[in-house]
Ligand binder design. Structure first.
Ligand SMILES: C[S@@+](CC[C@H](N)C(=O)[O-])C[C@H]1O[C@@H](n2cnc3c(N)ncnc32)[C@H](O)[C@@H]1O
Length: 342
């Protein structure tokens, strides 16, 4: 056993009020302060700059024995699932279309001596990555869809209504239109359709009209458009509990899905899925909203009918009550699992 160097004592940073105001302060503090991390978890929040892997035991069970397996994590994020896969003896390839989070996660995993081969790639191009790796398929595949807590936590990414920031929303900041540009280019009916289709937003038409009347450049500009369209008083915009949703939540989700072409990428992954797997290979997909669910249900169902999957449960699993209490984001998670026919 080697002796560890003593950790120098650092005074906790003091703020006016009870919390740091600036996100970068909050981020640094939580990264370095285990006490603050424990407190954030105890009040049902994900500590800033981290992401709690959803339904981890259920995902591991779905993916079966991993010793010696080749596993593809299509959505590396913070690397929580990937770390667990590697810990069970899998050789892990991790993809993410977000270059900056990918770089942070790569560094985090390296510092923790967790081996994961990382690729900056959209999972719609997973087949190409496997070819580059000289692989004919994988034994285990995970896709944990949507955004990570770290992306939501960074105001400069413009994904969250919680903090003001530029209305960007792109997961891959190197390409495509920002959400602000997308809203300027789209006409009112296109915006209304996206809000209804990707967010099930009941006031889609009114919100689209408010957006076109005054195209927002910032996240809070978009919140203001939702507030005026729903004729809400300014004070009613706060979430009441960790489990209730913000009036702008559906609009933000819908716009993010549209800007990132999320359902198009998922559609491509689902079409390629049987051909990414070795015989007997196991797949776990975590979906978070009805648009993802119906694509996955339909595609896996059709492929099962063709005999491509042996085990294809008709219904997805939900997170346990205990997990949802600890991590409210798990409440809408649905885990779909299939096994490739030999
Ligand atoms: C919910 S997080 C994954 C969290 C991860 N399982 C963990 O334990 O930390 C989803 C991640 O997938 C990435 N992502 C979303 N769509 C993607 C796509 N089409 N291709 C590659 N990565 C994608 C996002 O950038 C985000 O980092």
């Amino acid at each position: 056993m080697t002796e560890e160097a003593p950790v120098p004592h650092r005074r906790r940073k003091r703020y006016a009020g009870t919390h740091p105001r600036r996100f970068d302060e909050k981020y640094k503090e939580l990264g370095a302060d285990p006490e603050a991390v424990a407190k954030a978890k105890a009040r049902g929040s994900t500590p800033a700059g981290t992401h709690i892997p959803i339904m981890l035991p259920e995902v591991l069970e779905a993916l079966g024995p991993l010793e010696g397996a080749v596993a593809l994590d299509c959505t590396l994020g913070w690397g929580g699932h990937a770390e667990a896969l590697a810990g069970r003896g899998a050789s892990v390839i991790g993809l993410d279309r977000d270059a900056s989070e990918l770089q942070r996660t790569g560094a985090r995993l390296k510092a923790a001596a967790v081996e994961v081969r990382t690729f900056h790639a959209n999972y719609a191009g997973a087949a190409k990555v496997l070819r580059e790796c000289g692989l004919d398929g994988v034994d285990a595949l995970l896709a944990d869809l949507g955004v990570s807590s770290m992306q939501l936590d960074r105001p400069e990414r413009g994904m969250s209504f919680k903090a003001d920031g530029p209305l960007d929303m792109r997961m891959d900041a190197s390409r495509g239109d920002t959400a602000a540009q997308w809203l300027r280019k789209a006409d009112e009916s296109e915006i209304a359709e996206a809000l209804a289709r990707y967010g099930d937003e009941p006031d889609a038409a009114a919100i689209a009209a408010a957006i076109k009347a005054r195209p927002p450049k910032t996240t809070w500009g978009l919140v203001e458009a939702v507030r005026s369209a729903k004729a809400l008083a300014a004070g009613s915009l706060k979430k009441k509990t960790a489990f209730s949703s913000h009036p702008a939540a559906r609009t933000f989700q819908a716009l993010r899905i549209a800007v990132n072409g999320e359902l198009q990428a998922l559609g491509q992954l689902l079409r390629d899925l049987p051909w990414l797997m070795r015989p007997g290979g196991r797949v776990a997909l975590l979906t978070f909203h009805s648009g993802e669910e119906s694509l996955v249900r339909q595609s896996l169902g059709e492929q099962a009918a063709l005999g491509l999957w042996t085990e294809a449960p008709a219904q997805p699993r939900k997170a346990s009550g205990a997990e949802v209490r600890e991590n409210p984001r798990a409440r809408s998670a649905r885990l779909w699992r299939v096994v490739r026919a030999a």
